[in-house]
Design a protein around this ligand. Structure first.
Ligand code: ATP
Ligand code: MG
Length: 578
């Protein structure tokens, strides 16, 4: 019987990258080595899209006993800095991954320079002095061949001298570029004499002002992979058309040596695109700079540090990435899937506590003034080893305003005059009425408790249809609770951003301002939480019973507790849309 079961249990199938790798290993490619890299540009904080790449790059190396290095693709000094380098490392570690080595593309500036000089000498590269507009105009289209630059056949000596000048500081940015001489009629546009070096005068965060000429992406990435011995260079689909150039530069680098069994190969997978979410560091930087969010780690941001502050766990992010998988097609993933991953994970680990986020006072009129009782509250019914903690019951309690209704419909099982309700972990109470102000707002709710109805007591089995949570007025702590909603009103903000720019001529910031959800943050300054939370530290996870999962914010202090709602208990949003 057992054997049959084992046979029937489906084995998790390999994704297409794993299939490629297993085939390469079988064929003995690269000496049966697997080496990957995660290559962020340090021009911003990592976002959830990067988490997808990280899980693949590091996950593949782990699975096949290989190596994954972290390589900063730092070839653009105007946008990069050490703050981003440090933050990227912190986020990768937090996700639960460890690189073998840290490399920087800037470590290879000399090697790349030497290679470029080599190409000039071989007649495979030339200095072009045209303006970017002129160069663009000669590019042609995929069906119309481009036109050769008038500088294409410049003598080698002249090219060498000008290339030196590009790096000397005496030339203006944009005044000339180095181009590879390939084929201006090639159907692959990336082969039409691609730009490989340009002048940038901003000092570099690692190499200072040593260089003024910087390699462009296509001239740096593949070679860096090759220098390091990367076997599988995994990137997103927009690089498919760059792959032939990736291969060509490596071929040129090795001067035709047979690399068949020992070279870096690029493979592409689909980008993560989440609904109601805008990725891309460029956009996220604009949000920060415009003050539309409080910073890179604003809990509404799709950055790793934003999700962390919001209360997402590394496990929940990895579970989500695992669920969406890797394919060859662009998709728009549902944020609800991410939310269900974090719910599933926090359900296992979050301590259950009581917090009242919209308080009204409930007075138990037959409970003696000044009397208190210590009761047990189970920390997590999903994990009985998590134990329990003490809560205090007394005559005056805070309850949620929505848990009382004076004239309630039939199916309202919470407090309404005449109705009996269980107070979580405590007594059953019968509602007797309320007090209202002149405007009709409920100021206090009244009830009587029914003795012997606590857990384990003779009357505890008395049938009631509703259970509500509460905290004791004189024991609870005031807290600020921050409720978050989606940052964008639009389901696919990436495409809408592009459309507004193209069709309505908006700037990216104008478009963002139009798409942003002004109600994505609701601050509730007057909530009450049970005393157990007095010593909470940032990033502690809790389930506020009946409300959602919350975590302690970094702004929280013992004198002013602040909590972030990570996610509600159920996906109420999806229902509201119907
Ligand atoms: P951004 O536009 O956000 O800056 P990028 O692709 O320029 O993204 P890099 O830092 O250059 O960011 O990328 C590091 C790695 O992360 C690359 O391999 C890239 O393909 C991958 N990556 C970036 N965005 C996503 C995404 N949305 N989904 C999956 N992988 C991504
Ligand atoms: Mg980038």
């Amino acid at each position: 019987m057992k054997e049959i079961n084992e046979e029937v249990t489906p084995k998790k199938s390999l994704n297409f990258i794993e299939q490629i790798i297993e085939k390469d290993l079988e064929e003995g490619k690269n000496g049966r080595r697997v080496q990957t890299r995660f290559p962020p540009e340090p021009n911003g904080y990592l976002h959830i899209g990067h988490a997808k790449a990280i899980c693949l790059d590091f996950g593949i190396a782990e699975k096949y006993g290989g190596v994954c290095n972290l390589r900063f693709d730092d070839t653009n000094p105007t946008k990069e800095n050490m703050e981003y380098v440090d933050a990227i490392m912190e986020d990768i570690k937090w996700l639960g991954f460890q690189w073998k080595n840290v490399y920087y593309a800037s470590d290879y500036f000399q090697q790349l320079w030497d290679f470029a000089v080599e190409l000039i000498k071989e007649g495979k590269a030339y200095i072009d002095e045209q303006t970017p507009e002129e160069i663009a105009a000669q590019k042609g289209t995929p069906t119309i061949p481009g036109t050769n630059s008038p500088y294409r056949d410049r003598p080698i000596e002249e090219n060498l001298a000008l290339f030196d000048k590009m790096n000397s500081g005496e030339l203006e940015e944009g005044s000339m570029v180095l181009r590879a001489k390939i084929d201006m009629a090639n159907p692959n546009m990336h082969f039409r004499d691609p730009l490989i070096y340009r002048i940038v005068k901003t000092p570099h965060h690692r190499t200072g002002d040593k260089w003024k000429a910087y390699p462009l992406y296509d001239f740096a990435h593949g070679q860096s992979d090759f220098f390091e011995g990367v076997t599988h260079s995994l990137c997103t689909l927009e690089f498919v058309s760059h792959r032939p150039l990736y291969d060509l530069f490596i071929d040129w680098l090795k001067k035709g040596e047979d690399l068949d069994d020992n070279r870096s190969r690029q493979y592409e997978f689909n980008k993560l695109n989440l609904n109601y979410t805008l990725l891309s560091k460029r956009n996220l930087l604009a949000l920060v700079n415009e003050g539309l969010v409080s910073g890179w780690d604003d809990p509404r941001m799709p950055t790793i540090c934003g999700y962390r502050r919001r209360g997402y766990t590394p496990e929940s992010i990895r579970m989500f990435v695992d669920r969406i998988g890797y394919t060859l097609y662009d998709a728009l993933n549902d944020m609800a899937l991410m939310e269900s991953s974090v719910r599933e994970d926090l359900n296992k680990r979050a301590t259950r506590v009581s917090a009242v986020v919209n308080p009204v006072k409930l007075i138990i009129t037959n409970y003696p003034e000044g009397q208190t009782e210590e009761l047990d509250a189970i920390n997590n019914p999903e994990d009985l080893e998590a134990g329990s903690h003490k809560i205090v019951f007394s005559r005056e309690l805070w309850i949620e305003r929505e848990d009382f209704m004076e004239d309630a419909p039939k199916k309202y099982f919470r407090l309404t005059p005449g109705n009996e309700v269980r107070l979580k972990n405590a007594y059953i109470v019968k509602c007797t009425g309320c007090k209202k102000d002149a405007a009709g707002n409920v100021q206090e709710v009244y009830a009587e408790y029914i003795p012997l109805t606590k857990t384990g007591e003779p009357e505890s089995n008395r049938k009631v249809k509703g259970t509500i949570h509460w905290v004791s007025v004189s024991h609870a702590i005031k807290a600020e609770v921050r409720m978050y909603d989606r940052l964008w009103k639009i389901e696919n903000p990436r495409d809408e951003l592009a459309r507004l720019q193209k069709e309505e001529g908006m700037t990216p910031v104008e478009a963002m301002k139009q798409m942003i959800n002004e109600n994505s943050l609701e601050i509730r300054p007057n909530c009450y939480v049970e005393a157990f939370l007095a010593d909470t530290k940032p990033l502690d996870h809790f389930q506020f019973q009946r409300i959602g999962y919350f975590c302690t914010d970094k702004d929280s202090t013992p004198d002013h507790l602040v909590f972030n709602r990570t996610v509600s208990l159920k996906d109420t949003w999806a229902k509201l849309q119907k």
